[in-house]
Design a protein around this ligand. Structure first.
Ligand SMILES: Cc1cc2nc3c(=O)[nH]c(=O)nc-3n(C[C@H](O)[C@H](O)[C@H](O)COP(=O)(O)O)c2cc1C
Length: 325
């Protein structure tokens, strides 16, 4: 499949692996890129720019294909060393950056000067148009279904993607709820040039997370995610577990008075315990509704090959078949 996204990033298949905290290490990024997609290292999981430089070098040893880095711009008071991370990305010869969170405008000139293509993740048409206006090369349109932060508008991809297609001039990929060949064909029918997957890529052989995390995704249905932190306007879709239930009780009790300090035990610094040590109730962790479509733990290559074969069959047989009368 040749699309504006495969051309832009020099990849074989229009499939991107979204940045994921404590999941997007070199092993996963390399596996996705070796399978013909675009693997992404999660920048901020590396505590310093030096560690990110090291992670990029490690990934380079595992693949000669293009891979990218995710840089999430958090609304935190003590900001990470973004200039340092940008320098590590540029010096590391990276040609694709997935930005997310706050407006990346400030960093675009340096990235573009280094020949880097920037795809900004947006949860609304409004933010997508802003990304286009400031000069981003592409957008990842992240619908309400998505694992992680779906924004505050709650617009699912069946509406969000065609709305984006109607308004955007730059290419975009569909993100949130994508799992298989059906997702890819549907996303492209709605105007996308490819798809971005998060949760699906966690349940793969190469994802360097504890097996408990993969099993939890396989065991979960589409009914098992919850939205947390809405009252803080920092809504996150997470898998339901003991920590999620505790957090929701606090949210209900405190209502509009809820402060971040009240839920630190459930949300702060919990990812290493969950992802690396497999303590599944140690805190809340992002997971998409798409868990309901995930039933196995294939290699990234088997997954991507299956998606492309399924997409091919859907287009050539199922869809063309409807026209053949
Ligand atoms: C465990 C997990 C951690 C994530 N961490 C980040 C992150 O650090 N930065 C970011 O931009 N997106 C993050 N995301 C969002 C993904 O990149 C992607 O947009 C999302 O998972 C797409 O929805 P899906 O899970 O339905 O495929 C995370 C998602 C998951 C499931």
């Amino acid at each position: 499949m040749k699309t504006q996204i495969t051309e832009m990033f020099g990849i074989q298949h229009p499939i991107i692996q979204g940045g994921m905290h404590f999941v997007g290490f070199a092993e996963l990024a390399a596996a996705v890129s070796n399978a013909g997609g675009l693997g992404i290292i999660t920048g901020l999981t590396q505590r310093t720019p030096e560690l990110l430089a090291h992670e990029i070098a490690r990934c380079r040893e595992m693949t000669d294909k293009p891979f990218g880095v995710n840089l999430t711009f958090l609304p935190t008071v003590s900001s990470p060393d973004y200039p340092g991370y940008i320098k590590a990305i540029i010096d590391g010869g990276i040609k694709a950056v997935e930005t997310a969170g706050n407006n990346p405008q400030k960093w675009l000139p340096a990235l573009h000067e280094a020949g880097i293509k920037v795809i900004h993740k947006c949860t609304s048409v409004r933010h997508s148009l802003k990304a286009e206006a400031i000069g981003c090369d592409a957008v990842s349109v992240d619908g309400f279904e998505c694992g992680g932060h779906p924004g505050e508008d709650d617009i699912p991809n069946f509406i969000l993607l065609p709305r984006a297609a109607d308004e955007l001039k730059i290419p975009f990929v569909a993100s949130g709820g994508m799992a298989d060949g059906r997702s890819l064909v549907a996303a492209m029918a709605l105007g996308a040039q490819g798809m971005n997957m998060g949760t699906r890529f966690i349940a793969t052989q190469e994802a360097p997370v504890h097996d408990n995390v993969k099993q939890a995704i396989v065991a979960a249905s589409e009914l098992d995610t919850r939205l947390v932190m809405r009252s803080l306007r920092n809504t996150e879709r997470v898998l339901r577990n003991e920590a999620t239930d505790r957090l929701l009780v606090k949210e209900k009790a405190l209502g509009a008075n809820l402060k971040f300090e009240d839920i630190i035990a459930e949300v702060a610094g919990v990812y290493p315990k969950i992802m690396l040590e497999g303590e599944m109730d140690a805190g809340v962790w992002s997971c998409g509704m798409v868990a309901g479509l995930i039933h196995d733990i294939p290699t990234c290559k088997a997954l991507i090959d299956r998606i492309m074969a399924e997409a091919d069959a859907i287009i050539r047989q199922r869809l063309m078949g409807f026209l053949a009368h």
